[in-house]
Design a protein. Sequence first.
Length: 218
Amino acid sequence: MKTVLIYSGGLDSTVLLHHLASTGSVAEAVSVNYGQKHFKELEFAAENCRRLGVPHRVIDLSSLSDMFGDCALTSPKVEVPDGSYAPENMSATVVPNRNMILLSFAAARAIAKKCDAVAYAAHGGDHALYADCTPEFADAMAGAIRLADARKIELLRPFINMAKAQIVSLGAKLGVDFSLTWSCYKGGERHCGKCGTCSERRQAFIAAGVPDPTAYED
Ligand SMILES: [Zn+2]
């Protein structure tokens, strides 16, 4: 099955890149610059693709960033909140309808490249706060993507029933170099260690019993 992967350069999608590359099924990895402060994740994406010999395409949608309003991931006026994923402090990290945008572009590439599927690293730990990460949303998008081309492209979510710690365990088995993945929404010199996504990254390594190579600020 020839697959287009939505690839951010984060931990989950890097494990999925290795997983798909190990079966030789990834035709192209697609990363999107949507004006995220942590655009340095794209450098990690490029490096992992280079090492695995996977064709990598970066779609530049950075001019969209001011369309997302008061989103902490894109607006210079809004700080990325620290702490765990409690709705009251993390709602600022919602990028409006991000997954529909990403899936739409990846589906276009799958049609253009005559691929059979689009894959992304949605997982069991995704938060209800992100409406476009829910199974209901993904099912609806899967239906729309199937209808977008006569080839009936499939939407694959192989990690949908896995916790982040299980993804770390799988990555360790696949030989993923986790130091070449980026999670922190602040996009500083190093991972801050305090924002929601840094907290989850840390906890996932601990729960998996896998050494965490990340250099955190704190
Ligand atoms: Zn952080």
